[in-house]
Write a protein that binds this ligand. Sequence first.
Ligand code: NAP
Length: 322
Amino acid sequence: MRLYITGGTGLVGGNIIRLARRRGDIEIIAAQYGPPPEWDVDYILDPLDMADTAAVRASIQRYQPNAVIHCAAILDHVWMHENRAAAWRATVDGNQAFAQSCAEVGARYVFVSSDWVFDGQEALVDEDSPPMPVLYYGFMKAVCERDIMGVAGLSYGIGRLAGVYGINYSSPSLLRKQNDVGFDLGNYVVDQLSRGLVAEIWTGPKVNDVAHPTLASDGAEMLLRLAEHDENGIFHCWGSEAVGRLQFAFHFADAFQVDRTLIAPVPTDPQVLDRYRHIRIPFRTVSSNEKTSKALGRSTYKVLDGMRDYKAQWDAFHGASV
Ligand SMILES: NC(=O)c1ccc[n+]([C@@H]2O[C@H](COP(=O)([O-])OP(=O)(O)OC[C@H]3O[C@@H](n4cnc5c(N)ncnc54)[C@H](OP(=O)(O)O)[C@@H]3O)[C@@H](O)[C@H]2O)c1
């Protein structure tokens, strides 16, 4: 398979490339936006800004891939809220260009979407639940999903992820957030606790309190399966189990056998509350992945399975246990 991937320096994209390289039967073309990845690149890198729709078309035409996994995204919610036109060009127009180009060259298109197409208010959502976004990021993702469904002749899979954590193998020096309104807590918690420092977990307003955390390598495996699948639709590629963010932090401490009493639930940082004052965050998303598990032939990890693998990956990557 000739696989074209965007966002290869990111947490998810880097894990997909890692998986694809290990398979050995996948030719990789990675669209490159900012600085190149930090690992040895033994595949094609093609400079690309997804906001440049003509360049997107030209790149897909040039490489004629069998499948495209579009992972690249802007994840800075404050920036998106304040720069809506630019965010729209990159996210919505960029997606439209990828989807149409895939239809033109007959490539399977996998778009990476998010649980934040939901408002986090329903008791349970599944792949067929209508979206109800409450922030601009989720709104654009929902628009992208709909746009894809309208492209004639396109083979597509919309792979939604949630609360992704893990090791960004392609760009490990990229700092992840210190704490997060979402579920990107893992590296921060492990790093703090392993140094005997308190890990503060925001539990006040403007945080996602319950979600389905997804180990990046596990989500990557699902997205790669989706690229090789032929059914059109929406697929929940996130972790199989919902958990509260504080409990999630405790699981990291237990998995790494570090002192869980150093985890401190604190009110959300006032500066964050101020920056997010106009932005709503989905509070609690609980979902079924049943349709996806059946279609793709495997279930994603439950929380403790993900922790086990994350610990093993951390030890292998950092050379020793904390
Ligand atoms: N992380 C989560 O918790 C989460 C949850 C749900 C869904 N998702 C979705 O999963 C996907 C991957 O997320 P991630 O966590 O891997 O994000 P990430 O680590 O922030 O990576 C984002 C990638 O997008 C690239 N990018 C940004 N702007 C671009 C542009 N204008 N043109 C081309 N590439 C651009 C970045 O390139 P540079 O590195 O050069 O800036 C980077 O490679 C996204 O679609 C995201 O919406 C993530």
